[in-house]
Design a protein around this ligand. Structure first.
Ligand code: HEC
Ligand code: HEC
Ligand code: HEC
Ligand code: HEC
Ligand code: HEC
Ligand code: HEC
Ligand code: HEC
Ligand code: HEC
Ligand code: HEC
Ligand code: HEC
Length: 321
């Protein structure tokens, strides 16, 4: 595990920038993105921004959501409490909404609902759909395109459903962890081990540790705001810095000793016993000598019964207190 690689330092904290995606969008508008152009500037009739002439031509291909609603009554009605209905409220109510994702609808409408003349994401590749969504969401999910999910053609609509989600805040097709287990059935048994992070019980969720939209780290692992391993966000007492650091924690990271999904060991250790774990790095002979025992260190009490502050200490170089 190398969860603390130096590249982390360049990670941008995007979580707090709710609307940065839309800022990207308006930047694209300065370019030539048709989708954004409508989202931002569709019925600009009354107060045309200077130099918008060229875009007006594109805009003429858009009919507005009210028109879509005349034939797609059901979809339009259900859309009222969708977070995307906010698009319409933006820019002095100049935003489109249906057509932000489906593209210009004039030809489709003129053709009496010609299905060949409208972009239906359900019939396009993951990559094409992702591009549509990322026009607005790249700001919050800048790592998506190089994430293991995107590379495996798992796209936005593999996990999200715009029109048919149960949950209107995150628009997920199913809630966690069921959503993830649909494809990651292999990790499911780990969360049924005697000791595990309580994901099935709802206390912790997969996305507390993983960002399905990709990160700079391996395994889609998140980091904390101060670029520590994500684990220290909740387990703050292990974070340090300590006067006496345990080199193993700094060098190997938490996974040098723990398996977070689940374990036979109550402390989620990746070894059946503490002493076996420690002896991987601290030779038994040395232990025996240091501890004044003739025999092997297996006969010692659990190492942590004395070396209590195993993650690091401010008081004692041997982590005794
Ligand atoms: C004159 C009626 C009419 C209007 C207005 C209309 N549609 Fe449709 N639309 C249809 C019909 C008919 C179909 C085909 C049957 C169906 O899927 O409901 C269709 C199908 C679709 C489909 C699915 C296409 C496919 O590949 O199966 C999408 C997406 C769609 N419309 C979006 C829109 C959007 C967005 C608007 C507004 C810009 C809009 N429609 C306006 C009649 C209309
Ligand atoms: C944020 C993007 C987005 C917006 C906004 C949006 N749609 Fe869709 N729409 C989709 C996606 C994605 C699909 C493909 C099916 C799915 O994944 O739910 C779809 C599918 C459809 C379909 C085909 C239905 C089907 O079951 O195949 C229709 C019709 C439709 N949308 C109409 C609308 C109308 C009308 C609006 C505005 C009220 C609208 N959409 C707004 C993304 C969007
Ligand atoms: C035209 C810009 C635009 C496009 C295109 C777009 N979105 Fe959004 N999306 C928004 C806005 C605006 C919100 C509401 C943000 C908020 O409430 O803070 C939103 C909200 C969401 C949310 C809910 C989370 C939240 O912050 O409330 C999800 C999930 C989402 N979008 C996924 C998608 C997917 C998947 C696609 C492509 C099928 C897509 N979006 C396309 C602008 C867009
Ligand atoms: C492998 C599943 C998966 C894929 C693929 C996926 N998402 Fe998500 N998405 C989630 C889950 C789970 C959440 C809720 C937990 C979280 O915030 O990470 C979420 C939350 C969101 C949110 C709201 C919270 C936030 O972080 O802003 C938006 C917006 C969003 N996704 C957009 C997208 C877009 C756009 C794509 C495609 C580029 C996409 N998602 C691909 C699973 C996925
Ligand atoms: C539609 C299927 C699908 C869904 C749903 C899905 N994944 Fe994935 N996931 C994949 C595929 C395919 C890969 C890439 C191949 C692999 O490594 O298994 C992947 C990769 C990953 C990886 C990286 C593994 C590695 O070796 O780097 C993690 C972590 C992950 N997914 C977590 C999640 C989480 C958490 C969720 C739920 C929020 C989720 N996935 C939902 C299909 C899915
Ligand atoms: C407490 C943090 C945490 C939670 C919660 C968590 N994971 Fe993980 N996950 C990790 C870590 C850390 C790794 C890397 C393990 C390693 O390197 O030994 C990992 C690895 C993975 C991998 C890739 C390796 C493998 O075993 O295939 C997948 C897939 C995965 N997790 C899916 C999930 C899913 C699905 C959930 C929710 C059901 C979940 N994780 C919940 C921390 C977590
Ligand atoms: C979202 C918060 C959260 C994150 C992130 C998290 N954990 Fe936990 N962890 C918990 C909770 C809650 C428990 C259960 C504590 C309890 O039962 O008292 C727990 C339990 C544990 C335990 C067993 C503790 C005990 O008292 O026996 C270990 C070890 C552990 N986590 C390690 C990790 C590691 C390693 C990571 C990073 C891969 C991690 N945790 C990430 C919340 C988190
Ligand atoms: C050198 C091995 C090692 C490393 C590396 C390590 N731990 Fe531990 N951890 C242990 C041992 C051993 C225990 C059990 C202590 C006991 O039983 O008294 C433990 C216990 C825990 C516990 C349970 C509460 C406690 O303090 O006893 C948590 C939570 C925990 N570790 C989190 C983490 C996190 C987070 C990281 C990464 C920052 C980490 N550990 C790195 C060996 C390690
Ligand atoms: C992945 C390897 C690794 C594991 C596992 C490991 N350690 Fe360490 N430990 C180290 C390294 C490296 C040092 C620093 C040694 C040095 O500076 O000479 C260290 C230092 C120590 C020290 C400080 C004394 C000294 O020599 O500086 C103690 C005490 C210690 N470890 C106890 C433990 C115990 C108890 C466990 C089991 C819970 C454990 N270690 C697990 C690698 C490990
Ligand atoms: C009965 C209490 C006790 C137990 C059990 C114990 N230790 Fe120690 N250990 C100590 C004391 C006391 C020291 C000396 C600390 C000092 O010099 O200040 C020490 C020192 C060490 C050192 C530092 C050696 C050095 O070169 O300075 C290491 C490494 C160490 N122990 C590892 C272990 C490991 C691994 C285990 C389990 C196999 C273990 N200890 C079990 C009490 C214990």
């Amino acid at each position: 595990m190398h969860i603390e690689g130096p590249v982390r330092r360049f990670l941008i904290d995007t979580a707090s920038k709710r609307f940065s995606g839309l800022r990207v969008c308006s930047m694209l508008l300065l370019g030539m993105s048709v989708l954004c152009a409508t989202a931002m500037a569709a019925p600009a009739k009354g107060d045309k921004p200077a130099g918008a002439e060229a875009k007006q031509t594109d805009s003429s291909q858009f009919v507005g959501s009210e028109t879509c609603a005349t034939c797609h009554e059901e979809a339009a009605k259900k859309f009222a409490d969708n977070p995307h209905s906010k698009i319409a409220e933006m820019h002095g109510k100049a935003g489109a909404s249906c057509e932000s994702c489906h593209g210009p609808g004039k030809a489709h409408v003129d053709g009496g609902g010609d299905v060949t003349k409208i972009f239906n994401p359900g019939k396009h590749s993951a990559k094409e759909v992702d591009e549509t969504c990322l026009k607005c969401h790249a700001g919050t999910h800048p790592n998506f395109e190089r994430s293991p999910h995107a590379k495996a053609n798992v796209g936005c609509t593999s996990c999200h459903s715009i029109h048919k989600s149960e949950d209107k805040t995150e628009l997920l097709k199913a809630s966690q962890p069921a959503l993830c287990f649909q494809c990651h059935n292999d990790v499911k048994p780990q969360f049924s081990m005697p000791f595990h992070h309580k994901v099935n019980e709802g206390a912790v969720s997969c996305s507390d540790c993983h960002d399905p939209h990709g990160t700079f780290g391996n395994n889609n692992l998140k980091t904390t705001v101060d670029q520590n391993a994500i684990c220290t966000k909740c387990h703050t007492e292990t974070r340090g810095p300590f006067v006496y650091e345990h080199a193993a924690v700094k060098a190997e990271g938490c996974m040098g000793c723990h398996t977070p999904h689940g374990s036979q060991n109550a402390r989620l250790l990746n070894m059946p016993s503490i002493n076996t774990l420690c002896n991987q790095c601290h030779s038994r002979v040395a232990n025996a000598t240091v501890h004044g025992m003739g025999a092997g260190s297996d006969e010692l009490a659990p190492c942590t019964s004395c070396h209590t502050y195993i993650h690091g200490s401010n008081m004692n170089a041997a982590f005794l207190r």
